[in-house]
Design a protein around this ligand. Sequence first.
Ligand SMILES: Nc1ncnc2c1ncn2[C@@H]1O[C@H](COP(=O)(O)OP(=O)(O)OP(=O)(O)O)[C@@H](O)[C@H]1O
Length: 239
Amino acid sequence: MSALRVSGLAVDLGGRRVLTDVDLTVDRGELVGLIGPNGAGKTTLLRGLMGLVRPRAGVVVVEGGQPGYVPQRHEFAWDFPISVENVVMTGRTGRLGLLRRPGAGDWRAVSEALERVRMTDLRTRPVGELSGGQRQRVLLARALALRPSVLLLDEPFTGLDMPTQELLSDLLLSLAGEHAVLTTTHDLPGALHTCDRLVLLNRTVVAAGTPDELRDERPWVDTFGVGAGSPLLKILKAG
Ligand SMILES: Nc1ncnc2c1ncn2[C@@H]1O[C@H](COP(=O)(O)OP(=O)(O)OP(=O)(O)O)[C@@H](O)[C@H]1O
């Protein structure tokens, strides 16, 4: 049984159909890349899987109930005066409720999550002082603090330098050992190199498969609407 199962998902925003008839699965042990042009509905799909937008139709089944969610970095208020470990604790506030103080078990989950992303040394640092790569790891730890089976990440590589991207992609690969990981990305070469499977999305799933199974140009042309000489297709050939 897949850790994440989506079937027939449709989402309307502002009176317009943004996603239609989306089917996908992600198994524990898989790192799956969600790829598509700007406006394809990638973020909307992740938000639909999180229950942040109400689907018009379809079924979403998530092992363990709630996925861990890593939003785009710019969506987080980094200038708020709060330490790394307290940001990671907010990943559990849904569990805590408003009136209960964090208990030993909550702090243990936070410590484990910080250890997993190798941020323990910086746990008391104000988040406003962190680099982009460190911030990305804090958001990942915040998602891990819930100990989810399914991890959803929205463009985690954007704005990171190459070595930091490589570190993060190694981290995601190792997390995929114990989780089902679905990540949106515009880094096509990175996705072809790293992901177990790719899902090409443009309002619906145009194609899905391993990078090897997606060597053919057709689904990429259909997804991105590019012409024959497009650099995107050259990346595909080079990969
Ligand atoms: N709150 C909203 N109200 C109405 N339309 C919206 C809303 N949020 C997003 N949309 C529209 O839904 C479509 C999908 O947007 P979404 O952000 O999911 O795309 P995306 O694939 O994540 O794009 P990008 O790669 O640019 O991040 C776009 O046409 C966008 O304009």
